[in-house]
Design a protein around this ligand. Structure first.
Ligand code: NAD
Length: 527
């Protein structure tokens, strides 16, 4: 039988549920990046002049195109990432649609110039305004776990702000990248404004080296460090959305039935391959036994299977080597005293990437399961004495992305949130803030820097420009040379007036005012 030759210049679109390569997608070559950048720059020069109304109309057309193709988009996300179809709809497709909807209705508000009121007397007669201009070309490097939601959310924000985009989608999900390109073309965006490039590390580096105006990177800590180094060489600013090790704090007064369902979903959704997964669960001792029993009972009801079966709750991991990693993490934990209460096994009978949803207790900070990002379907529990211990344990991590607090007392939840080092804390929910367009997302320490989403994320895509118009254009400023004793005294009076108390203000007002009406005598002074 003749075998079909596969070009080395393609990326396999691999289905983790079956282990099959379904299709091959053409790779971008590193030397193409400077050419793609130059074309994007030309397109962006025109795009930045496009009115906000026209931009919003195109974003609305993008939304319509994605809505019409929603099941096709979800099916490709399922095929390449393995997640259940309903998760692809609720996460990837929802976030893509909602971001387009948000910017098409809010862009003029977000880009409106703002008056900058001045507090100091010296600046009162100047009128200041802040304008938000596009940065130019935004380079986006994305992960595979939300292959539509993450790149789409970032691309839409970038173009809404007037930028062009070159986005390297993950080499694990090349078909999703191709679909993104297709959606922008279908919506009628200008040629070369949004460019999807396909490949691995070599294309990521070539994208950075080509010199875009900013890099938005989503991925692991190890790659994030390489990206930061490469950006630093060209002084390219970056946003780094890196890993998480999110804590879930279950207080004794929480509704344990609700909290246990949330613990399952927070740990197992997308097979635990979420930067915001619940990866360290701390439960107060008095609630621990009941809570764990509920988690075990409910985990037993979950169906493991392919994402295209509508009855599947938990799909496969992304690649077979990730199955081995789960085994290694669990072996390390049990060798140090942790107890697997449920699951803990690979399921080769279902396919090469399946691993059972697992509940493991008595995990502590000496174990890899608490130190490293798990990125798999493992609900990892530690019992703590009280809320203070839970806070201490939650903060004992190099990661600081997000966390959740579970309590029937919202005020107590808010107070505990104030003590947790994280970019976001949810009280009585987990993960879902990522789908709120107004909520900023991002962390600090090993979880990276900068933000995506919300106004804070939008501001990462623009250059703020301050424009100041002088109200006394016909007068020389007092500090413009011909310094002398009298100006020195006047400056001294001015400082006493400006920063002294009421009596100083009365005493020095005249001297300070004089400063503003000083005659420099430029024409009189001999040269
Ligand atoms: P990864 O670091 O392996 O890859 C991320 C992207 O970087 C991919 O497109 C990859 O091809 C590219 N890349 C790899 N080496 C590169 C290099 N040297 N230079 C430039 N680009 C390079 O991460 P992943 O496995 O795709 O994603 C999983 C990780 O992403 C997890 O750590 C997860 O927590 C994190 N993540 C974070 C967020 C967040 O918002 N904070 C969201 C999703 C995923």
């Amino acid at each position: 039988m003749a075998t079909q030759a596969i070009s080395v210049d393609t990326l396999p679109s691999y289905n983790p549920a079956t282990g099959e390569t379904v299709e091959n997608i053409p790779r971008t070559q590193p030397e193409e990046l400077p050419v793609i950048l130059a074309r994007a720059q030309t397109a962006q020069q025109k795009w930045r002049q496009t009115s906000i109304a026209d931009r919003c109309a195109l974003l609305d057309r993008l939304k319509q195109a994605m809505l019409a193709a929603r099941n096709e988009l979800a099916a490709i996300v399922v095929r390449e990432s393995g997640k259940p179809h309903v998760e692809a709809l609720f996460s990837d497709v929802f976030v893509s649609l909602d971001t387009a909807a948000y910017y098409s209705s809010n862009l003029s508000k977000l880009l409106a110039s703002e008056r900058v009121p001045h507090h100091s007397s010296a600046a009162k007669l100047k009128s200041g305004r802040l304008f938000y201009e596009p940065l130019g070309i935004i380079g986006i490097i994305s992960s595979w776990n939300y292959p539509l939601a993450i790149p789409m959310g970032q691309i839409i924000t970038a173009v809404a702000a007037g930028n062009g985009v070159i986005c390297k989608t993950s080499d694990f999900t090349p078909k999703c990248g191709a679909m993104i390109q297709e959606m922008f073309a279908k919506a009628g965006f200008p040629d070369s404004l949004v460019n999807i490039v396909q490949g691995g590390a070599e294309i990521g580096q070539a994208l950075i080296d080509a010199g875009p105006d900013k890099i938005l990177f989503t991925g692991s800590v190890a790659t994030g460090k390489r990206v930061a180094e490469a950006c630093a060489r060209n002084l390219t600013p970056s946003v780094l959305e890196l890993g998480g090790k999110d804590a879930m704090l279950v207080l004794a007064d929480a509704n344990l039935d609700i909290a246990s369902s949330a613990a399952l979903w927070g740990s197992f959704t997308n097979c635990g391959q979420v930067c915001l997964s619940v990866e360290r669960l701390f439960v107060e001792r008095s609630a621990s036994e009941k809570f764990l029993a509920l988690c075990i009972e409910k985990t037993k009801t979950l169906r493991l299977g392919p994402g295209n079966d509508t009855a599947t709750d938990v799909g496969p991991l992304i690649r077979p080597q990730h199955v081995q990693r789960m085994k290694d993490l669990l072996a390390d934990a049990t060798s140090r005293g942790a107890r697997i209460l449920l699951g803990g096994n690979a399921r080769p009978d279902l396919g090469p990437c399946f691993f059972e949803p697992t509940v493991i207790a008595d995990v502590d900070s000496s174990m890899r399961l608490f130190q490293e990002e798990t990125f798999g379907p493992i609900l990892t529990v530690q019992t703590v004495a009280n809320a203070d211990d839970a806070i201490r344990a939650a903060n004992d991590s190099p990661f600081a992305l997000a966390a959740s607090v579970w309590t029937s007392d919202n005020e107590r939840g808010r107070q505990i949130a104030a003590h947790i080092r994280a970019g976001a804390v949810m009280v009585n929910d987990a993960i879902s803030y990522f789908a709120i367009a107004e909520a900023p997302h991002g962390g600090c320490n090993a979880s990276g820097w900068g933000r995506t989403h919300g106004r804070t994320g939008f501001l990462e895509m623009v250059q703020p420009k301050y424009v100041d118009v002088d109200g006394l254009a016909g007068k020389e400023k007092p500090w413009w040379y011909h310094y002398n004793d009298s100006l020195t005294h006047a400056a001294d009076d001015f400082l006493s007036y400006e920063f002294g108390g009421l009596s100083a203000k009365l005493k020095y007002a005249r001297g300070a005012l004089k400063t503003f009406f000083r005659d420099h005598g430029f024409k009189k002074r001999p040269s």
